[in-house]
Design a binder for this molecule. Structure first.
Ligand code: NAX
Length: 328
């Protein structure tokens, strides 16, 4: 039998993980024929809750789940792992500035990045979900000497999924008919869901929608502010849809099942499209094979799109500046 793929998940006692962990065990992360061992990593105070989740995982009787580890020790949690899903982070409290959140959560990713680089498999793949996820991924990657910085990514797939769903609903098409919707930039309200390059049933999305004012207005703000709207309605931040997007991100990357299409991934910039090198920025990416991605080249951005990409990249550059003392 193939040995299980080892997957570490931080914030394992939190609400995103309460849906994510069960779907990993069911084979939605890596495929229905890939056995997994899950490492649940959380703060000491949350370990009892993690043990409760493990009991429920056992009660799910998942044939692919070959083992679990519960720990708050990063080196144990990331020991010999193939994939890390870094979900755990402090939520933004009332009156807390984004700059404070950057610093508080940034420190978590200094320690986790160092432990991953020391203890994980050399070709480990990392997805950061905990916010501010782009800059947290930058911090985690910055100290990497043994592992590959290119494999430290952050999640904007939820933003892509949200944008696709809005375009589908507006046009009456199925969400599966919406292709190549790329999100650029930061997972923050400055993100740019680029409808110019998207298609609906093979036709440019802008032509099918036929309403530029809606695209530049309600569409954009709905996608950019969807997280806040869900908090207002549900009383809690998005969880199952975030877990679902994390699965989409890794499943696409691991299996290449969207070969030919764009997927939105925040990855270390190589300077493409004027985004300063090293920033962990969302780009349209193409999966070229299992665990292989490249930033899609040659997209002609119009002036509107160029300005939108610059605005969100400028925000990422400012975040990098704000955490400069945490970067190796
Ligand atoms: P919860 O507050 O329910 O859970 C967070 C968990 O992380 C807790 O169990 C906590 O003990 C743990 N934790 C805190 N510090 C830790 C550390 N140093 N090591 C290990 N575990 C630690 O939050 P949840 O709703 O699950 O959200 C988790 C993160 O995802 C938040 O930062 C949130 O902002 C972010 N999100 C990111 C999204 C994205 O698209 N990138 C969308 C959804 C979500 O808002």
């Amino acid at each position: 039998m193939t040995s299980p793929v080892k997957v570490a998940v931080t914030g394992a006692a939190g609400q995103i993980c309460y849906s994510l962990l069960f779907r990993i065990a069911a084979g939605d992360l890596l495929g229905k024929d890939v056995p997994v061992e899950i490492h649940l990593v959380d703060l000491p105070v949350a370990l009892d809750a993690c043990r409760g989740v493990v009991m429920e995982l056992e009660d799910g009787a998942f044939p692919l789940l070959k083992g679990t580890v519960v720990t708050s020790d990063y080196d144990e949690g990331f020991g010999d792992i193939d994939v890390a899903l870094l979900v755990g982070a402090k939520p933004r409290g009332p009156g807390m500035e984004r700059a404070d959140l950057l610093k508080d959560n940034g420190r978590i990713f200094v320690g986790q990045g160092a432990a991953i680089d020391r203890s994980a498999k050399k070709d480990v793949k990392v997805l950061v979900v905990g916010n501010p996820c782009n800059t947290n991924a930058l911090i985690a990657a910055s100290g990497a000497t043994r592992t590959d910085r290119k494999n430290y990514t952050a999640m904007t797939r939820l933003d892509q999924n949200r944008a696709m769903a809005q375009l589908a609903a507006r046009s009456g098409a199925s969400v599966g008919d919406v292709r190549n919707l790329a999100v650029w930039g930061n997972h923050s309200p400055t993100m740019f869901p680029d409808w110019f390059g998207a298609t609906i049933n093979g036709r440019p999305a802008a032509d099918v929608i036929g309403d530029d004012a809606w695209l530049q207005g309600d569409f954009l703000t709905t996608v950019q502010k969807r997280g806040g709207a869900i908090i207002k309605a549900r009383g809690k931040s998005s969880a199952a849809s975030a877990g679902n997007a994390a699965l989409d991100h890794i499943y696409s990357w691991a299996t290449g099942h969207m070969t030919g299409d764009f997927v939105s991934m925040a990855v270390p910039s190589d300077g493409s499209y004027g985004v300063p090198e090293g920033l962990v920025c969302s780009f349209p990416c193409r999966i070229t094979g299992p665990w292989q991605y490249e930033i899609v080249q040659g997209i002609e951005l119009n002036d509107y799109a160029k300005a939108a990409v610059k605005r969100t990249a400028d925000e990422l550059a400012a975040e990098r500046e704000a955490v400069s003392e945490m970067l190796s």
